[in-house]
Design a protein around this ligand. Structure first.
Ligand code: AMP
Ligand code: MG
Length: 473
């Protein structure tokens, strides 16, 4: 493994030297071999294994300092309270990727926290990042999971664990806020140059590198959120310290994948006001970008910043429409605009499972949509919508078979249902990782049938409806 050290070169205004503190009797219980191959990491090398696990200290490992708007209020100093950046490695695509250990022990930014993560939250993050990647949503990835015999105290003692994760970058909107609000203009400029060089090199080729880079950040953020909305993903804690400057979904905590269609759904039980409700995510994305743009108010005129932000809504809407068009098997965004509002109204009043609906729509036209109609109480209302839908669908393309095939490639059969994650966690806490691996396996190719794992496509049973997730992890 060729570990490089780029971020650490920025110096101690940006981070603190921190090493991974291994857990008691820790074991590597899951390893993402295909990701490792992509990153030229050979886990069979004992030197690599020891470096990744923290048994040998990585020579320039660090924790980053940043700030952030949390639930609307500004926290001037946060930082990696339980994360350590080991360094960067180059992937097969020649890009650099961060290797970051979460739950690695206390850092100078731990505040009152213990710097640790519990097995439960590491498994949740592992599953979510791999599920999102398989759904083609930009995300941090999971490379390895370490469990241990160390007790970590939350509401009760739990098993401590660490998650080795990979992302193009761990620079957050909050990084810029930290330097801006501290009036550290030189460091802000250094960070801008660092991001241009490492993440947005094409912007350097233009006459207006900063402006160009910020437009690109707006675009990436808009597309990421459009994808969340199309698939029914809710992040749960869209604070600016959890928002990546490279447009990747980052920091999986109390996230959720929508089951019964409910636009105002709030997956995070600590989010009492519903600030980060599913339907609010696009607006919050803009709010966060607005926070980010403020950090460049000494670099660019107000009008320029406003113009950059104006790119957001169009990008998000266009991308979302395109995604929904494919999900519906339609050929025109006009049809999407006509058909989606009444469909969402039906799904909401029927409390229909979002993913099941689109999956069934993908293959039930040939039997007169009987599978879909069996799902609802008001058959007539859905039937009427299906007639309009079918007319639009046929006008767009008469080859149902090929449309059906392409729809099944975008409408997953398997999504990460909370009760499934819960069951996998309970088993893992007893040392049985089989349910976790079975689930991971279907989530890695969620559009395939996997007949042997049909049960993992089933909707939440009664016992799973009362499960709650919150920020405590
Ligand atoms: P999150 O909402 O998980 O992204 O965390 C918000 C902030 O709290 C970040 O600065 C984290 O590093 C920090 N944090 C979360 N959990 C812990 C912990 N157990 N120990 C120390 N810091 C933590
Ligand atoms: Mg965070």
């Amino acid at each position: 493994m060729n570990l490089e050290h780029h971020f650490s070169m920025l110096g101690d205004m940006f981070s603190s030297k921190t090493v991974v503190q291994p857990l008691l009797e820790q074991r590597l219980v899951e390893f993402n071999q295909s990701l490792a191959t992509f990153l030229f990491i050979d886990i069979k090398s004992s030197q690599t294994k020891r470096l990744l696990s923290g048994e040998d200290a990585a020579p320039h490992s660090l924790s980053m300092v940043y700030a952030g708007h949390q639930f609307g209020g500004f926290s001037p100093q946060l930082g990696d309270g339980r994360g350590v950046l080991l360094g960067e490695v180059r992937g097969q695509d020649s890009l650099l990727y961060d290797l970051h250990m979460k739950g690695a022990g206390p850092t100078p930014y731990s505040r009152r926290g213990d710097g640790r993560a519990v097995l439960r939250s590491c498994i949740r993050e592992y599953l979510a990042s791999e599920a999102m990647a398989a759904l083609s949503i930009p995300t941090s990835r999971a490379l390895g999971l370490y469990d241990s015999r160390e007790a970590v105290y939350r509401e009760q003692p739990e098993a401590g664990a660490m998650l080795l994760r990979v992302a193009q970058g761990h620079i957050r909107f909050g990084h810029f806020e930290y330097f801006f609000y501290q009036g550290k203009q030189d460091q802000l400029n250094e960070l801008i140059d660092y991001c241009l060089e490492h993440y947005y090199p094409d912007s350097l080729k233009t006459d207006v590198p900063l402006e160009n880079m910020l437009k690109e950040v707006v675009k990436r953020t808009a597309r990421m959120i459009a994808k969340w909305q199309a698939v029914g993903f809710q992040h749960g804690v869209m604070n600016t310290d959890n928002f990546s400057f490279t447009g990747e979904t980052l920091d999986y905590g109390p996230y959720g994948f929508m089951e019964d269609y409910e636009p105002d759904w709030v997956c995070n039980h600590s989010d009492y006001e519903g600030r980060y409700a599913f339907s609010r995510q696009p607006g919050i994305g803009l709010w966060n970008l607005n926070c980010l743009m403020k950090c460049f108010s000494k670099h660019l005129e107000r009008d320029q910043l406003v113009a950059i932000l104006q790119g957001y809504e169009v990008e998000l809407q266009t991308h979302y429409d395109a995604l929904m068009m494919v999900k519906l098997g339609l050929n025109s965004s006009k049809d999407v605009h006509t058909l989606l509002p009444p469909l969402f109204s039906i799904l909401a009043s029927e409390k229909m499972d979002y993913s099941v609906f689109f999956r069934l729509l993908s293959y039930s036209e040939k039997d007169g949509f009987s599978l879909l109609l069996d799902e609802v109480v008001d058959r007539q209302r859905l039937q009427s919508w299906l007639q309009d839908y079918q007319a639009a669908r046929i006008a767009g393309c008469s080859d149902w078979q090929s449309v059906s095939e392409s729809m099944t490639q975008v409408n997953p059969k398997f999504i990460l249902r909370n009760y499934l994650a819960h069951s996998a966690i309970l088993a893992a806490e007893q040392g049985d990782y089989l349910p976790f691996r079975r689930l991971l396996n279907v989530l890695a190719s969620p559009f395939d049938e996997h007949p042997e794992s049909d049960s993992l496509a089933q909707r939440v049973p009664e016992w799973g409806k009362s499960l709650e997730v919150s920020c405590s992890s």
